[in-house]
Design a protein. Structure first.
Length: 169
């Protein structure tokens, strides 16, 4: 059984590297997409107020979903599986978590840390919910309870649409 799991993990890591997530965008240093987040709104006070409203909606409607479904990779605390102690697997998992947090780190609520602007993050979350692309396929196989259900997806989409309306006012 352990041999099967190890083989599966190696194959699923390969599948993950085929970029089922993040629309094939790389997070390597030389990728311009991975630059430090820019402030999109010139008026800092207005931007701060909008982010505060969006964060309140986030905490009320979406954060509970993210805590149970997304924080394992995109948050500050990771519950590692039993096979994490295996050296090669440990390196793959560490790499995937690092990449996930570079993309979007939800540890400190909205606006998220990562390489995107608040608007880009909201659009990415909406797109992921619509396409059912998160969590990635390889992760879903070993963590079926982290898969988003239709209700979760609808709440995420609704939050994203309300948030985008607020940002665009």
């Amino acid at each position: 059984m352990k041999t099967f799991v190890l083989l599966f993990l190696c194959l699923s890591s390969f599948a993950t590297k085929l970029s089922f997530a993040h629309d094939g965008k790389s997070h390597k240093k030389k990728d311009n997409h991975a630059e430090v987040k820019k402030v999109e709104v010139a008026d800092e006070n207005l931007s701060g107020e909008k982010n505060k409203i969006i964060n309140e909606l986030y905490i009320e409607n979406v954060r509970p979903i993210f805590v149970t479904k997304c924080f394992n990779c995109h948050g500050s605390k990771t519950n590692f599986p039993w096979y994490y102690s295996l050296p090669l697997v440990k390196n793959m998992i560490n790499h995937d978590i690092k990449e996930a947090k570079e993309h979007i780190d939800m540890s400190d609520d909205f606006p998220f840390k990562g390489h995107g602007t608040p608007k880009e993050d909201i659009l990415a979350i909406k797109k992921s919910a619509i396409k059912d692309s998160m969590p990635p396929f390889a992760y879903n196989i070993m963590h079926r309870n982290h898969r988003l259900n239709k209700d979760d997806q609808l709440k995420m989409i609704e939050w994203a649409e309300k948030s985008l309306e607020i940002l665009n006012k």
